[in-house]
Design a protein around this ligand. Structure first.
Ligand code: HEM
Length: 349
């Protein structure tokens, strides 16, 4: 982590390297989130910081700040209106930052909301961080696990591909409007989130004294909810460790009525209650669409004739629980049409 800020500064001169900086910083944050910090447990020792965690935290935070400042500055410089076709989320938020309101918007008088609601640069930074941390690694790790589990259990991959062929047909790619007609896809996603919840431990603090399972928990305690263990609890799930999406299938599986909206406490990949995930709909949409497009668009094989049972299914612990080794799959085209839509192809030409 030594000099992370300096590295970030140098790399940020080249926009193509942003991705590299983001991944270095994210990986460091992901590690820091779960680092054992002695001061968390023995507060009067926190000044000592024998593991140098505070130094690493400050460096990672500074690097991230530079990264996001640069994004905001670039957007302010190009001054897009939220109504422009190529405007993005940052342009939308900048419409509420008084110093960044574009001349056109200011001239138009903007809309009422923009005149009454003002954001600060720090507000915008916090929201960008929320989306970056909440919405990138979680979805990426779940996509990789869904594909890994299906490569490990090819019968489930075949069933999903059959559902896609029957519903969508091999003559076109899957799109958003198909997702609600693909019940087995939904089961694959649920089963992936049960076995591999992207955020395995939820950290909360109880506001009131309470008793749980015969233990009294004083107000202000740090409460950790182990979603990973709950999803594999043999008292709640049949074949708890097996990847079996059909358990969620209506009319077929024993867990058909179980969902992840927060009311079924044996299945909490998005948490529950007021602090549950605000990005659930967006996360699910990305997850379902990417997995459907990969399964529909390609025949998938493991490299070098590897048998499904030989695939490494170990994970590593961090803020998320990604695979210990990257999944490597050999794709060959499955559809009778081009994977690039006509208008995309025209755009690229
Ligand atoms: C498969 C995808 C996702 C999963 C499994 C997931 C899961 C979670 C979980 C378990 C929490 C903590 C809940 C708790 O502490 O009780 C959380 C919080 C949060 N998530 Fe997600 N998430 C996903 C996608 C997203 C996306 C796409 C976004 C935003 C674009 C997002 C933004 C957030 C934010 C901002 C919080 C903090 C909420 C708060 O502190 O009140 N998440 N997510």
């Amino acid at each position: 982590m030594v000099g992370l800020t300096k590295i970030a500064m140098e790399w940020l001169q080249d926009p193509l390297s942003w991705l590299f900086v983001a991944s270095v910083v994210f990986v460091e944050f992901s590690k820091l989130f779960v680092e054992f910090c002695i001061g968390d447990f023995i507060p009067w020792l926190s000044w000592a910081d024998p593991q140098g965690i505070n130094v690493r935290l400050r460096a990672a935070r500074a690097a991230l700040d530079q990264f996001i400042d640069k994004i905001i500055d670039e957007h302010m410089k190009r001054g897009r209106n939220p109504d422009d076709v190529d405007a993005d989320m940052v342009d939308d938020m900048l419409a509420f930052l008084p110093e960044a309101r574009t001349k056109k918007a200011a001239g138009d008088g903007g809309d009422d909301l923009q005149n009454t609601l003002h954001l600060t640069r720090d507000n915008i930074k916090a929201m960008i961080m929320d989306v970056m941390f909440g919405g990138t690694e979680t979805v990426a790790s779940a996509i990789e696990w869904a594909m890994s589990e299906m490569m490990h259990c090819p019968d489930d991959l075949r069933r999903l591909q059959q559902e896609l062929a029957d519903t969508v047909g091999l003559g076109r790619n899957v799109d958003e409007s198909d997702l609600d007609k693909l019940p087995f896809l939904k089961c694959v996603i649920k089963e992936t989130l049960r076995l591999h919840p992207p955020i395995p431990l939820l950290n909360h603090e109880n506001a009131e004294d309470c008793a749980v399972g015969g233990y009294s928990v004083p107000r202000g305690s740090r409460v950790m909810i182990n979603v990973f263990a709950i999803g594999r609890d043999a008292n709640a799930w049949k074949d708890a460790d097996a990847f079996r999406p059909s358990r969620f299938m209506e009319g077929e599986g024993e867990a058909a009525g179980v969902d992840f909206k927060g009311g079924c406490f044996e299945f909490l990949p998005f948490g529950s209650g007021r602090r549950s995930c605000p990005g659930m709909a967006l996360g699910l949409y990305s997850l379902e669409l990417v997995v459907a497009q990969l399964a529909h668009g390609f025949n998938l094989a493991l490299p070098d004739g590897m048998a499904p049972s030989e695939l490494d299914m170990h994970d590593v612990f961090g803020l998320t629980v990604p695979r210990a080794t990257r999944l490597c799959v050999v794709p060959t085209p499955r559809l009778t049409c081009s994977l690039v839509a006509d208008d995309d192809a025209a755009h690229q030409a």
